[in-house]
Design a protein around this ligand. Structure first.
Ligand SMILES: [Zn+2]
Length: 93
């Protein structure tokens, strides 16, 4: 299942299926839970983003200082390097 981040303010998404139309409603977290992988792929092709495991995708995480891989985990899944957490500073102003 994919969790698709809707355009701001969008609560419902109407999609065409082989049998007609289907309305997908945003969940409590504001994301569309898409069970059909083909539909999820289509939505992503149309420019919608997919949320990460912890909700909305952010640019935080553990960018690897060794190989540059954008790892979500402290230990780089590509080269095994241990990295420091990068916190995004949102308190400007
Ligand atoms: Zn690495």
């Amino acid at each position: 299942m994919a969790r698709i981040i809707p355009p701001q303010g969008m609560k419902e998404l109407e999609v065409k299926t082989r049998t007609g139309k289907k309305v997908i409603r945003a969940g409590k977290d504001g994301l569309f839970n898409i069970e059909n992988p083909r539909l999820a792929k289509k939505l992503k092709e149309e420019g919608l983003g997919e949320a990460g495991l912890n909700g909305y995708a952010t640019s935080g995480g553990y960018p690897c200082s060794s190989c540059g891989f954008g790892s979500w985990f402290k230990k780089c899944s590509r080269c095994g390097e241990l990295n420091e957490r990068i916190e995004m500073d949102s308190s400007s102003g």
